[in-house]
Design a protein. Structure first.
Length: 377
């Protein structure tokens, strides 16, 4: 039997008010000059100003140059801000983009070169050989689960192709998962990020890789997301639903240590070519790809239907997904989101080259991806 190595993530402080514990955590660990890494939108909102009030006594710097799908130049600017502030630690505060940049700010604060040179598939990949600055994460969306991940996705400045930097050193030293930070999310963002969390749980469970621990987490994450996503969208002040979605988000990111599938390959291509929000891209592709996957693993679809409370077995799971998407306001296809037919060849090329589909339940060819994109238009 093949020997498989398992590992699980970091310390998580979970619950309403968890953000108030950050200052004591940093002081107890001997740090006093944090750099907050966040995005432009959050920097203008009361939620960040309120968080600052819980950091009294620390010398706090802020980099808020993250926007859109994060690029290498944003990371390098953040690393420069870290050095200018003489920071001794990093606080990642935001959604997946801000948290991914925050991880890499720590890398580039102490390493030479350009961040893209640390991507796993760079032809002359550089090792992350130096211990990174202390990093803590506070998610403000419930989608990517980047706060518990050991990888970071960043786009090349010119091509916008997403690159992945992977190292256990990227793991946060502590996560402060406070669902109160998500109460102000508008319904469209709640829906898109929630579909991202659900996609992570579903695709990791369907992956043929061997990881029963992740399978259990993925199924429970799917159960939690299925019961609470619509409520979080329709009742944005419902703290129980917000808590459920934040937990489902983290569970999805923990589960996809096991790897993902072709939905994510499509979403990565859509992010690179059409600059689509990652969660929305997953939502627009998930039912098309999963309908194609069904025949390969029908029993797994039965189990997903069971945990999601879907009557009719595995064959009813994809129709349920379509109904869920419509109910939370995600309607239409790629064309209505600005994707053009002439972009199809590049979408296919990028999706086919993406690593995620290597663990799809059915092997995918470029012709398969072309069918997926056409069907989702």
């Amino acid at each position: 039997m093949t020997i498989t190595r398992f590992s699980f993530p970091t310390t998580i402080h979970f619950g309403p008010g968890a953000r108030k514990l950050v200052a004591d955590h940093l002081r107890d660990a001997g740090f006093e000059r944090p750099l907050i890494v966040t995005d432009k939108a959050l920097a203008a909102l009361p939620v960040l100003a309120e968080f600052h009030t819980h950091l009294a006594g620390l010398h706090v710097g802020q980099f808020d140059g993250v926007f859109g799908n994060p690029t290498a130049s944003q990371v390098m600017a953040g690393a420069a801000a870290f050095k200018a502030h003489h920071a001794d630690c990093v606080i990642g505060f935001g959604g997946g983009a801000a948290l991914d940049v925050a991880k890499l700010v720590g890398v580039m604060a102490v390493h030479a070169g350009d961040v893209i040179e640390y991507a796993w598939d760079h032809p002359h990949v550089r090792p992350i050989a130096i211990d990174l600055p202390h990093f803590v994460a506070l998610p403000t969306t419930a989608g990517t689960g980047s706060e518990v991940g050991r990888s970071s996705v960043v786009s090349e400045n010119d091509t916008h192709v997403k690159r992945v930097v992977f190292s256990p050193k990227l793991l946060a030293k502590a996560v402060f998962a406070d669902p109160e930070l998500t109460l102000g999310l508008p319904p469209a963002v709640t829906a898109a990020t929630g579909m991202d969390a659900l996609t992570h749980n579903v695709e990791s469970y369907l992956s043929p890789a061997y990881h029963p621990l992740c399978d259990g987490i993925a199924l429970e994450g799917a159960r939690i997301a299925a019961r609470s996503l619509m409520t979080a969208v329709k009742e944005p002040g419902n703290i129980d639903a917000r808590s459920d979605m934040m937990m489902a988000s983290m569970m999805g990111a923990i589960a996809f240590q096991k790897d993902l599938g072709a939905v994510h390959s499509c979403a990565h291509a859509l992010g690179a070519v059409a600059d689509l929000h990652h969660g929305l891209a997953n939502a627009l592709m998930i039912d098309t790809v999963l309908a194609w996957n069904y025949d390969a693993v029908p029993r797994k679809f039965d189990e997903l239907a069971h945990v999601a409370g879907v009557k009719g077995g595995g064959a009813a799971f994809v129709p349920w997904l379509r109904e869920l998407k419509a109910a939370i306001g995600i309607s239409g296809g790629l064309a209505q989101r600005g994707v053009k037919p002439e972009q199809l060849p590049r979408l296919v090329d990028i999706a086919a080259a993406d690593i995620c589909h290597q663990t799809n339940p059915r092997p995918c060819t470029p012709a398969d991806f072309e069918r997926f994109f056409k069907a989702a238009m």
